[in-house]
Ligand binder design. Sequence first.
Ligand code: F6R
Length: 610
Amino acid sequence: MCGITGYIGPKAAIEIALETLKRLEYRGYDSAGVAFWDGQSLNVLKRAGKISNLIEMAGDIRADGLAVSHTRWATHGVPNDPNAHPQTDEEGQVAVVHNGIIENYLELRHELSARGHRFNSDTDTEVLAHLIEEQLETSDNPEEAVRLALQQVRGSYGIAVLFARFPDRIVIARNDSPLVIGLGEGETYLASDITAMLSYTRKVILLENGDLATIKRDEVRLYRLDGSSIERPPMHVDWSAEAAEKGGHEHFMIKEILEQPEAVRDTLRGRLKANGGIEFPDIKLEVEDWQRYRRILIVACGTAYHAGLIGKHIFEKWLRRPVEVYHSSEFRYGDPILHPQTLAIFISQSGETADTLAALRLCREAGYSTLGIVNAVGSSIARECDHVLYTQAGPEISVASTKAYSTQITALYMLGLFLSNVNGTLSMQQYTDATRGLMQAPSLISRSLEMEAQARQAAEALKEMPLAFYLGRGIDAYVAMEGALKIKEIAYVPTQECAAGEMKHGPLALVEPGVVAVFVATQARTREKILGNLKEIKARRGTVLLITSEGETDLPQEADYTLFAPKVEPEALSPLATIPLLQLFAYHVARLRGCEIDQPRNLAKSVTVE
Ligand code: F6R
């Protein structure tokens, strides 16, 4: 995730801006930059790679009281020097750092180009610099210039702007991407995350969405996007620096679980339109190209593979095309029978998983069309696929994947709906219902997350389980598989994930008192059969934890513990509502068992060996 810090005051501004920026390194980034006033002009230094590269580049350069710095985690354009922030206009009148995504940047870029602006990067952010500079051509009011520029953009932003003509101030603005002002004596700090400034000040002002502010050495003025002035009282922060990095949470994993509504919203943003249309601005394929795919192949590992299984379910349901899902490590041994009109999809959070990359290369050699669903921009898988649909989960630090999974399935839902639409395989009503449901995904996930206390209580009761079955039917069985992987990897609970109907063909022999069966049951058409499966477990004195939808009354009567997810329409979207409950349950079991949650034993975040 991108990071912003800044300083205005009598001390060495570049050093402070970079020192505070280093405190955001843990969030992940791929390039860094700083803008500063040197007493005569506005300057920008930026470099792909680590902050240390930038520090080396800055050498002994001194700023005159003002600097803003940024770490970029690429979303639009690969991680290289030109795409690093700050972004400027051609004349270097304005320097902008930005966290977030400008949705209508392509449109704005075309309009600005038509008015003679030249662009130096592939970023969405650069349009902001040009828009602000354009306003300043006819105005001497930098705050007004930022305000009017922002009125033209849609999307999320936390921005900080420096001006060659007004070196006494930084103008900042927030919409859906946090910014914090830190108050000192005759000096003012700025950061996208309180952590960065804790060693300098604990007196902060938090910006709200729609706020702008002008920051000077000893003055802060706040106003709204409509121009009206406002006051926001400062607050005192007493977190430890470590707690602050995790947003006050005990572990990155829980922070990332709770970030899912935002991550899914960011993944939908700019693609699923308010009128229900879906478009992928970064994928250069015409409708006829999309229509020619007769089969779909999905290749991935671990959690990403589980996301692929959800993809199989929905593509088959909505698109009526055959779908094969392969573990990347098995792909080369399976001799899959591929059709020339196969779309091969590779799912990966890191974009560097060696097995997935190897399978991708085999598909490319064989001439198949390849599409990556990838989180890390500019990663190997993203670079080597013909097309990429980026998830916008932001960096995932905890080894156990959570928000990557929910954004991967969100991307698959959009892709499934888009392909169904261009192939006419869904009725208008079905399509409309599904896109409406998907639009509500962030709020559904938020409602599931409100069940944390209940998930914790179930974890408290079941934390000593010697073995857990994870069971479901249809799409629920795939979610159960992901729930099992979570508890296995972070809480070291032995699990058997299984289609519920398979229990009586063997695994049921393992059920005895103390064994837990976690059922995911949200689908009307599997309800009766699930009821039978619940009874099978209870008859053998196993313990049942049921994850079902609100409003369900019969199934909970057979369960020892029930967690209710919000009811989702259409039911095919229910994994978005049920997975948070399984993640929360696994997290709390691991916590209560005293496990190393963010770095479980024997596992690595990015598996770059085959
Ligand atoms: C599990 C987990 C792993 C990854 C797998 C693939 O929580 O994180 O199973 O999903 O190693 O990694 P990526 O998605 O980076 O290809």
